[in-house]
Design a protein around this ligand. Structure first.
Ligand code: XMP
Length: 512
């Protein structure tokens, strides 16, 4: 299977380039711009994309890739900074533009071959998205302009003999209406790729790789019932069957019937070897009297590690720990200038070091929606695949103040009403997350003829792509009304519901 290599120069949209290419069923990987030539050769890509980035090519500390890239005989597409770098390294000239071009621009195509195959030429205009302060002033020998915009005489260029193309605009963003055509022309036309990156082929190659890595060793996987850990477990089970043991810990901080339905599902619908640990009392006693959210998180995390270690010991020698790390986590942990990772990502807080286990992360090349597709292909049901994210510390971080059985019960009842109403109205899948939070205050109300002094529930619903940023969801008033009146009528101990209208940043999604 052919693959495309994307060299990252730090653009906000580098991941989008990968998304767009993979949507065409062509596999691609993002690597730092400074990846050594030998490593690039060893990857044997069918083509290379140089991403955009915030720097200027004429800065003294501009990020540069090895100019010998252009001697490999591979098709190369430069985007924005990547385009300017290509032009500069091949002998052209890039300078600060008099006018920055930012946002939508009209592109006139002068040459309708190569990446512009099938697109209409000038005087037809195509909407593209620009974001640059520098521009190409002189093309290198052998290059010609293939498109212009009002501020860029070289909005796109090509080498007349070699497979090098450069675009000043961003084909990967949705505002560039011809972006998909351009990327398709590059990967299928210039790079001669086939649309053969499917979940089926991914499963086949990953299963083989896991068998190869693990041999006859034992693997454990912490199963939370969430999408990532469920798909990880299903995939590894497909590869090594009984060598995998999954451990589910009920920390008492799950939602109504959640533990029961997760366990029922895995026991009835899969053949995973599953150990389930009931640890509600242990966690609640660890949390007794704790109000500070960070201490709550630490106690829950440490409690989890303790139980996990004990169970793993009982299994005898275990060499591997499976984790559902996704591609965005992997990219985030690679710093831009190719230095050491700035953030190491562990779903199960420090377990691998403590237990000296090697990690298996079979989803580390996938985006969240690809994981969902993979889960469906592996036969997991839709309700497991399309669950909203639920934090590891569970309801523990959605109860402000002390976590007690009584307060958990109030939140559980409110939470299930939110869930039911969101599903009934068709909003559950439209938002990233929607949930109830129990506040640490009482307020005055009136019920019947009597005064009440009871709890407040906050409703949180957000739209997001990756949880890094989020906006509050504009839920319809009728839906907000039915959630509020059901909670106040049905949940004892609550007389007020408020709706959180803060975005992230500066607020976070969870209240803690
Ligand atoms: P915040 O509150 O930081 O949350 O905006 C971002 C996203 O992460 C989820 N979250 C967690 N997920 N373990 C998890 O697996 C955790 O400890 C954790 N804390 C927050 C949160 O639900 C949201 O989707």
């Amino acid at each position: 299977m052919k693959k495309i290599l994307i060299l990252d120069f730090g653009s906000q949209t580098t991941q989008l380039i990968a998304r767009r290419i993979r949507e065409q069923k062509v596999y691609c990987e993002i690597h730092p711009y400074s990846t050594p030539l030998d490593k690039i050769k060893a990857m044997a890509p069918a083509g290379i994309v140089l991403s955009g980035g915030p720097a200027s090519v004429y800065d003294s500390d501009a990020p540069l890739s090895d100019p010998a890239l252009f001697t490999l005989g591979l098709p190369i597409l430069g985007i924005c900074y990547g385009a300017q770098l290509m032009i500069q390294q091949l002998g052209g000239k890039v300078e600060k533009a008099e006018k920055r071009e930012f946002g939508k621009a009209d592109l006139s195509i002068e040459y309708t071959g190569g990446i512009f195959s099938g697109l209409e030429s000038s005087p037809i205009h195509h909407q593209v998205w620009m974001s640059h302060g520098d521009r190409v002033e002189i093309a290198p020998v052998g290059f010609e302009a293939t498109a212009t915009s009002s501020h860029s005489p070289f909005a796109a260029l090509r080498h007349k003999e070699k497979p090098f193309v450069a675009v000043q605009f961003h084909p990967e963003v949705a505002h560039t209406l011809i972006g998909t055509d351009i990327l398709r022309n590059f990967i299928f036309g210039l790079c001669d790729c086939q649309p053969d990156w499917t979940m089926h082929s991914f499963i086949e190659s990953t299963v083989a790789a896991i068998r190869n890595q693990v041999g006859t060793s034992k693997v454990i996987c912490a199963l939370s019932g969430g999408v990532d850990s469920s798909v990880t477990a299903a995939l590894i089970h497909r590869a090594i069957g009984e060598q995998l043991t999954c451990i589910y810990v009920n920390n008492g901080l799950m939602r109504i019937n959640e533990t029961e339905s997760i366990l029922r599902f895995f026991k009835e619908k899969t053949r995973l070897k599953l150990i389930d640990i009931e640890a509600t009392d242990f966690f609640l006693s660890e949390l007794a009297g704790v109000v500070d959210p960070e201490i709550k998180r630490k106690r829950i995390g440490l409690g989890f590690i303790k139980i996990f270690e004990e169970e793993a010991k009982k299994l005898g020698e275990v060499n591997y720990l499976a984790q559902g790390t996704l591609y965005p986590d992997v990219i985030e942990s690679v710093s831009f200038r190719g230095e050491a990772p700035i953030k190491s990502h562990h779903n199960v807080g420090g377990l691998p070091e403590i237990m000296q286990l090697e990690l298996i992360e079979p989803l580390r090349e996938l985006f969240k929606d690809e994981v969902r597709e993979l889960g469906l292909e592996l036969g997991l049901p839709e309700e497991a695949i399309y669950r909203q994210p639920f934090p590891g510390p569970g309801l523990g971080i959605r109860i402000m103040g002390e976590v007690t059985l009584t307060r958990l019960e109030i939140l559980r009842q409110a939470d299930v009403i939110v869930l039911e109403e969101m599903k009934k109205s068709g909003w559950y899948r439209k938002v990233w997350q929607s949930f109830a939070v129990l506040l640490p205050i009482q307020t005055v109300g009136v019920m019947g003829d009597g005064r009440t002094y009871e709890n407040v529930i906050a409703l949180r619903a957000v739209d997001s792509k990756d949880a890094m940023t989020a906006d509050w969801s504009k839920l319809p008033y009728e839906l907000l009304g039915s959630i509020s009146s059901r909670i106040i009528n049905e949940v004892r101990g609550v007389n007020r519901v408020v709706f959180d209208i803060s975005s992230k940043p500066p607020a976070t999604i969870e209240w803690e």
